[in-house]
Design a protein. Sequence first.
Length: 356
Amino acid sequence: MENFIHPVFRNCKNMTLSELENRGFIRSLPKAELHLHIEGTLEPEMAFQLARKHGIQLPYRDVDALRGAYSFSSLQSFLDIYYQGVQVLQDEDDFYQLTHAYLQRAHTDGVVHVEIFFDPQSHMERGVSLSVVFDGITRALEGAEREYGMTYRLIPCFLRHLSAEAAMQTLEALLPYRDYICAVGLDSSEDGHPPSKFTQVFNRARTENFLTVAHAGEEGPPLYIWEALDNLKVSRIDHGVGCEVDDALCERLAQERMPLTVCPASNIKLAIFKSMEEHNLKRLLQRDLCVTVNSDDPAYFGAYIVDNYLAVQQALDLSREDIISLARNSIEASFLAEAEKVFWLGKLKVLNYAVS
Ligand code: HPA
Ligand SMILES: [Zn+2]
């Protein structure tokens, strides 16, 4: 027990006082996490625990060797390891444990509302039923709502490297679970898989009263962001950092107040930017875009939501007002009801008075 360090403090050993103060400040802000793949919260310790439980042999000697493999050169190099990790998720309790662990962590980070992605196709193709996935995830979400008052939405995503027909079949399989679903999304390998490939599927999703979101402009060109807006009629762009080279697109995003769910640590780990100092988040904020900060796949990128806020604050020299704007954007960009947004925005307004 002597050497036990709570995961929240694992990275704190070498921190300066101002880092600790900033971390506490960021934690204290009510915020929403809007870009989080639940499968991307699988920490190596849990991967080994579940592999042992199910008699699965992971191709790594131990937890350290697995964590050591989390070194990526591109989105695809990450996805190859991520889909391998998914294999250990087999029964309802696995999905519960995974989601429960993430929600506990999010709560300590001051997250008051989560919108969680998951990849139904990566489970169904292994013979894991949708009811197992939904039951496990929603059991944890309902527990966090009871215990912490944390609200939630669920967003199943279609894998864009698979066919539009497969996505349509997946949408049909999801319909019996419609009461648990707020929106549908699009993720996985971006290059060569434009949003327009899924126009019909997203049309159908909207006739079924689902909102839509899509990953676009992570590695892909601005054209994919235009297509997500015009073909898929999304309410948010996931990532979207590739918009910067297209002035007309930036103007449209600003004018429509179209949120971008930016994931800074993910962008560095997947080599979208060479370093955090080169990240374009501050420039996008200065262009009046509705930028939010999120963790994407925190177990793989080594950074949960507060780590992401802190990293951009330090690297880009963001003020406390900037940080509050990011938290405010997250509430505004969420799929919460208007009255709930007003409640959290009121709390943030009081905090803003306190720092300005
Ligand atoms: O960052 C991502 N991009 C695309 N697909 C994904 N699936 C999990 N994480 C990601
Ligand atoms: Zn993502």
